[in-house]
Ligand binder design. Structure first.
Ligand code: ADP
Ligand code: ADP
Length: 228
């Protein structure tokens, strides 16, 4: 099954004038369930724009986008928000943890926002996920008291809280030293292998890109090359 299917996705920005600038020129891309795919390309090639569209944070100007089989062009805002919350997890270069919250509380955030999850279920899910990322002993520590690599692991656990089919990671190791970057990347690959979560990972690190199932290269708003 396909977790993600893009057909002829175009995106234009109107920059304060009647003239629109097209930055994505017809993107076709399919991710099958369980794939771990790198998205690479020079700065300004459209990676962030594409990730925002796939993540339902922004809308394409034209084209078709299916997320877990749902045609997103048919959805109203509330349904898009709901699909985003349930189907997609986000990991960014910076972790965006809430510093006053403990590791466990940060992991529970997506479930709190979704509402209706019993406390006990949220606690159990947080404990299970913190165990996955190797931070059981840190569950009650505030995010500010943790290292950069540990904070990124909490952010990864938080991204998995709603058990999304797809995780979008934008330079997830970009702020980390080489050793922490390697271990965070290895963690993502283990989650992919053992939980079956599909990943699309933007990276400038070619050594890490080579360790993905597939590399998609974006150049000037077009898919330039795909390598297995
Ligand atoms: P954004 O997705 O926010 O537009 P950029 O693509 O501009 O991000 O790049 C994110 C970071 O990676 C920036 O700090 C940038 O300087 C750095 N960067 C951009 N291109 C490369 C590259 N080819 N190799 C290494 N680092 C790069
Ligand atoms: P990347 O992530 O590969 O660095 P981006 O998606 O950030 O690329 O940018 C692709 C192009 O779209 C760039 O030329 C950028 O200047 C332009 N762009 C991105 N966001 C906007 C926006 N909100 N308004 C106008 N132009 C934008």
């Amino acid at each position: 099954a396909d977790v993600l299917a893009l057909q002829a996705i175009r995106k234009s920005y109107a920059i304060g004038t009647p003239v629109e600038t097209e930055v994505l020129h017809g993107i076709d891309l399919t991710l099958r369930a369980g794939e771990f795919v790198a998205l690479i390309g020079p700065s300004g090639s459209g990676k962030s724009t594409l990730l925002n569209i796939i993540g339902l944070l922004d809308s394409p100007t034209s084209g078709r986008l299916e997320v877990t089989g749902a045609d997103t062009t048919q959805l109203d805002d509330a349904a898009r928000t709901r699909l985003r919350g349930h189907a997609i997890g986000f990991v960014f270069q910076y972790h965006y943890l809430i510093s006053a919250f403990t590791a466990a509380e940060n992991v529970m955030m997506p479930m709190l926002v979704d509402r209706g999850h019993p406390d006990r279920q949220m606690e159990q899910r947080a404990d299970e996920l913190l165990d996955w990322v190797g931070l059981s002993r840190w569950r009650n520590n505030r995010a500010t008291n943790m290292s950069g690599g540990q904070q990124q692991r909490v952010a990864i656990a938080r991204a998995l809280a709603m058990e999304p089919a797809l995780v979008l990671a934008d330079e997830p190791t970009g702020n980390l030293d080489t050793a922490s970057a390697d271990s965070v990347f290895a963690l993502l690959r283990r989650i992919n292998a053992e939980r079956g979560t599909t990943f699309l990972v933007v990276t400038h690190n070619m050594a890490l890109a080579e360790r993905c199932d597939r590399i998609v290269e974006l150049v000037d708003g077009r898919i330039h090359a795909e390598r297995a």
